[in-house]
Design a protein. Structure first.
Length: 267
């Protein structure tokens, strides 16, 4: 992997007021296409648990599974800045374990940075230690899917002033610790705008309105191949699911009827 987009480039986008996109990606074929489309940030999210591995949430995803998919992506990306997610309980136990796993994401998988959720005292200290060690860190606040059991499901966060102030305070703490960007998920647009204006570093929204510096969507959601009803904040830029089902049926029918393969498909 040869890196083109850098942390400094991402910061400059914020300073110039230029909005930017980030998309999740879990395999080399998809990564090659997103890189060709000049998507500046490609994110190997732990949503791969739901999209690729059949889990009901991101909670069961392991470090080994993340590394496996991250390697596939980084082998082919030439231009995008690649973000690697740290899965549940790979950084919450101790600073040492968090640093070890973040190091693996860069050393073994070849990502350009790591992303982690929340802003507990341990997480904020871990961010500072990682940055000090030379590992760029992206934060994640609002709806943090790894904590869905504690949050009571996928619910919008920061609706009241107390929780909104807490999220703003956490965002500032992550910035002060050295994070280069913060994802804001499922928070009111007014809060996301407030956080974005308060921070020097970029915010990346998902279900957080239009005023964040960047926007991220899940690969399967934006292409219309997610098997379940998508969230309100998703826009499907294609509807490939029905097309794949139709193509598969036509292939099966042509095989059954002896139409495929034709002469031109044979040696």
């Amino acid at each position: 992997m040869s890196m083109s987009v850098t942390v400094r480039d991402i910061q400059r986008l914020k300073e110039r007021g230029e909005r930017f996109a980030m998309l999740t990606c879990y395999d080399s074929t998809s990564a090659r296409l997103l890189d060709e489309a000049e998507i500046p940030l490609i994110f190997i999210g732990d949503t791969l648990g739901e999209m690729m591995l059949g889990y009901s949430s991101t909670v069961p995803v392991t470090m080994e599974e993340m590394l496996h998919h991250a390697k596939a992506v980084t082998r082919v990306v030439e231009n995008a800045f690649v973000v690697g997610d740290l899965p549940f309980m790979t950084y919450q136990v101790s600073i040492e374990e968090g640093m070890r796993n973040a190091g693996r994401m860069l050393k073994e998988a070849g990502t350009n940075c790591v992303k982690l959720e929340g802003a507990s005292p341990l997480v904020v200290e871990l961010v500072a230690r990682l940055v000090e060690a030379g590992i760029p860190v992206m934060g994640h606040l609002g709806l943090t899917p790894q904590s869905l059991h504690q949050l009571g499901g996928h619910r919008v966060q920061g609706r009241d002033e107390k929780s909104a102030s807490r999220i703003l305070s956490e965002a500032r703490a992550l910035q002060d610790a050295g994070a280069f960007a913060v994802v804001l998920e499922a928070v009111p647009a007014s809060l996301a705008e407030r956080v974005t204006r308060s921070l020097v570093i970029p915010t990346i929204g998902i279900g957080a309105g239009s005023q964040c510096d960047g926007q991220v969507l899940v690969f399967h959601d934006f292409l219309g191949i997610t098997p379940y009803k998508v969230a309100r904040f998703v826009r499907e830029y294609a509807t490939l699911g029905p097309a794949i089902v139709d193509a598969s049926r036509r292939f099966a029918d042509e095989v059954s009827e002896g139409i495929f393969p034709r002469r031109e498909h044979s040696y």
